[in-house]
Design a protein. Structure first.
Length: 153
């Protein structure tokens, strides 16, 4: 009567015993240690990296870099060959006056060269002392054109 209430026959008990024994054998055979579990979890949580996507990203970065360098080269060439003058020979520079040193800057609308007088620039702080590192930038070789335009206007 008691066995009927529990619902287990001797055959069931034998099955449970056999299962427990085989489980214990399997566990000890595969040696599921905390290190193994940690490695499994790390492997499962590692994000999937698509090698095709990585290769495409690398190709696109290289192309962007090449395009940027080519654009810089073309811009430098245009600025070198630009007369900074309109077809009628007039000075084409546009002037900027809103600088604290009171000196004008010039921008050529044809090649976008930026012509500055001698001025201060601050480099990144010294990595050791953190001190500011100001230095003077010499006048642009074409600054005489800014002076010419300033006189004309
Ligand atoms: Zn120009």
């Amino acid at each position: 009567m008691a066995q009927e209430q529990e619902g287990l026959t001797s055959k069931d008990l034998a099955l449970v015993k056999a299962f427990a024994q085989s489980f214990a054998e399997t566990s000890s055979k595969d040696k599921i240690t905390p290190d193994v579990i940690k490695a499994i979890i790390e492997a499962a949580n590692k994000p999937y990296v698509d090698p095709d996507a990585v290769a495409r990203d690398r190709r696109e970065r290289e192309k962007s870099r090449r395009d940027f360098q080519e654009a810089q080269r073309v811009t430098a060439l245009q600025q070198k060959n630009c007369p900074h003058k309109h077809k009628d020979g007039q000075n084409a520079l546009n002037l900027q006056h809103n600088f604290p040193d009171g000196q004008a800057r010039g921008i050529c609308p044809l090649c976008f060269i930026y012509i500055q007088p001698a001025h201060w620039e601050f480099m990144a702080p010294d990595p050791v002392t953190g001190a500011e590192r100001p230095h003077t930038v010499p006048e642009h070789p074409l600054y005489f054109m800014v002076r010419e335009k300033e006189v004309m206007s």
